[in-house]
Ligand binder design. Structure first.
Ligand SMILES: C[S@@+](CC[C@H](N)C(=O)[O-])C[C@H]1O[C@@H](n2cnc3c(N)ncnc32)[C@H](O)[C@@H]1O
Length: 282
């Protein structure tokens, strides 16, 4: 899909190098998000129904886990704007006949009204240009009274996986690099009142935010951890924007490496994380 509808910038982002980098590091990222996935699926206990929507499903890990968790006649629909991520998702879900994927801008996609018995997302709903429009679209696609459950990041300061690499980069290349509050991106919903306002103006009721402290863990070596941080997330973005040459890039890698080594204990590197588990009724 070369036309990303109302989400041109994010469409390009998730189809170009950053989306391809997620595909490349799919296994590693899923392992790192393991604690958070377990928390999300714990809160999804009791979810049932025939049709379940996975918004911003990426490479399909949560869609497949839903298929494995729910009864066999449940149909899971994953929707995502990234073709490369969906190619990977379809490969991974090959054995699951009840999982289907749609390549589209979820904000504007014409869902059949009143279709879904539940909707979920792991970090896939913070990237819309017009969040009230997107969430209204999801609500209308859901059956009245059905439940939306998603996980999103709390603030940057509470999430070392973002703050540590970004601080390292900013110390290394002082720049005008700014975090725009509420702008589409991983941290767009860290302001709880902004998030609750979106849900309310989209017609959801019983909105609730549970704040959960956890960790992003990895058994990767410090070298692997530093290499990943050079390629994914805020560190990677700042590197791209600062247009570092090879020598400076290598120097930055050494700083990341020193940090990863310092964090490693008993073979595990841990980043403190805080997420919101958000629930609302359509
Ligand atoms: C941080 S990734 C999370 C992917 C997946 N849920 C996971 O946990 O592995 C965010 C996802 O949102 C998708 N996304 C961003 N904007 C979107 C849009 N307008 N419509 C559909 N998907 C979108 C991206 O392509 C990407 O796959």
């Amino acid at each position: 899909m070369a036309n990303y509808g109302e989400n041109e910038a994010q469409g390009k982002f998730w189809n170009d190098a950053p989306g391809q980098s997620w595909v490349k590091h799919d296994d590693v990222m899923n392992l790192r998000l393991g604690n958070i996935s377990d928390i999300l699926f714990d809160r999804l206990r009791g979810t049932s129904g025939y049709n379940v929507l996975d918004i911003g499903c990426g490479t399909g890990s949560t869609s497949i886990r839903l298929a494995e968790t729910l009864t066999q006649d449940t149909r899971i629909t994953g929707i995502d704007i990234s073709e490369p991520m969906l190619i990977k998702a379809r490969e991974k879900a090959i054995e699951h006949a009840n999982v289907a994927f749609v390549a589209a801008d979820a904000q504007a996609f014409h869902f059949e009204p009143d279709t879904f018995d539940a909707a979920i997302s792991r970090f896939g709903v913070m990237f819309f240009q017009d969040p009230p429009k997107a969430f209204t679209n999801f609500r209308l696609a859901m059956k009245t009274g059905s439940k939306l459950t998603f996980v999103c990041w709390a603030s940057y300061e509470e999430n070392e996986f973002f703050s540590v690499p970004l601080k390292t980069v900013l110390d290394f290349v002082p720049s005008e690099y700014e975090l725009h509050a509420n702008a589409p991106g991983p941290l767009a919903f860290s302001d709880k009142s902004y998030l609750l306002g979106i849900l309310q103006s989209s017609g959801f009721s019983n909105s609730h935010i549970e704040v959960v402290k956890t960790t992003v863990d990895t058994s990767d070596t410090p070298e692997e951890d530093a290499a990943l941080l050079m390629q994914i997330g805020f560190g990677a973005r700042a590197v791209r924007e600062a247009e570092l040459d090879q020598k400076r890039t290598d120097e930055l890698f050494e700083l990341f490496l020193a940090n990863s080594k310092e964090r490693q204990s008993d073979g595990i590197i841990k980043y403190a994380a805080t997420v919101y588990i958000v629930t609302a009724t359509a």
